[in-house]
Design a protein around this ligand. Structure first.
Ligand SMILES: [Mg+2]
Length: 297
């Protein structure tokens, strides 16, 4: 999907179709459409905010329905590269949250747009097979090739990483100094059902260190990625709130891009997140508290 299509779909999306007004659950005195501290849009992280593993965060569906009813422009921004948007849509739908791929901005979507914009062909993909479907419109480098890549695209391969795979990415970069290293986000880790797991960031850092190159980051916390999301909502950064469970990728990244950064105490949240050098603009127990917080702004 092109950036133009993303903007178009976000404008037409169900999030903007709600009739502006006040939901009954919040104090009417606090509900002044268009006020809310000048805020008009929300970016929602998915993993750790809307769901954790296969389980929906209690109250998530209701909160998202509230945003829709209030006419708040919203977009899901996720760094997930372990599966395509179609799988995320299926999961959201199962949880009672109607969604479409056009309401999800992911690093893979941004990477395809970036590669097309830069007219780069034959990317080598280090992403799960399911996610490779997002790149179906591009001519990809064969999986065995160790040279000839137009770019090296690294996502969350998870358990599929091994030395040979990481070394193939390294060799592709070393064989062509012009081939950019594309990072599908720089998330450090995430919380799976069985505990924390390494995400893409560490593997990208390893390749940067070994090659002496710097990755092009397409995903959170890159300011340009947040810029694309804000543009899709047709708002200014100061009008948009980012809600996430990652103090770095979500809160710090959003704040650096000029957005309001709200941390939720679900997902990967740890109390130590609040004692570091990043100060969230607000901390909520969960996304279920978002309507009340929004209405009181
Ligand atoms: Mg998250």
């Amino acid at each position: 999907m092109s950036r133009r299509e993303l903007i178009h779909s976000a404008r037409r999306g169900r999030f903007r179709s709600g009739k502006p007004g006040c939901a009954s659950r919040v104090r009417r005195s606090a509900c002044v459409v268009g006020h809310h501290g000048g805020m008009a849009g929300v970016l929602l992280d998915l993993d750790g905010v809307v769901y954790v593993g296969d389980a929906a965060v209690p109250g998530a569906a209701e909160a998202i329905t509230w945003l829709s009813r209030e006419g708040v422009a919203s977009l899901y921004v996720t760094n997930t590269t372990s599966r395509p948007r179609s799988a995320i849509v299926e999961q959201l739908t199962r949880m009672g949250i109607p969604a479409s791929p056009s309401q999800i901005l992911s690093p893979a979507v941004a990477a395809v747009a970036w590669l097309r914009h830069e007219r780069i062909e034959r990317p080598a993909l280090f992403v799960p097979d399911a996610t490779a479907s997002e790149f179906a419109g591009l001519d990809q480098l064969p999986a065995s090739a160790e040279e000839g890549a137009g770019a090296v695209v690294v996502g969350d391969l998870g358990p599929a990483w091994d030395f040979a795979t990481l070394n193939r990415a390294f060799r592709l970069l070393m064989s062509d100094p012009e081939a950019p290293l594309i990072a599908l986000g720089m998330t450090r880790y995430w919380r799976a059902d069985d505990g924390f797991r390494l995400d893409v960031g560490g593997f990208v850092r390893a390749l940067e260190y070994a090659t002496g190159r710097t990755a092009v980051v397409l995903g959170k916390p890159d300011p340009a990625f947040y810029g694309t999301a804000v543009e899709a909502l047709q708002l200014r950064p100061s009008q948009v709130v980012m809600v996430g469970d990652d103090i770095r990728t979500d809160v710090e990244g959003a704040q650096r891009a000029g957005l309001t950064g709200v941390l939720v105490r679900t997902g990967k949240f740890s109390p130590s997140d609040l004692t570091g050098d990043v100060s969230p603009d607000a901390v909520l127990d969960s996304i279920a508290d978002l309507p009340q917080w929004w209405a009181e702004r």
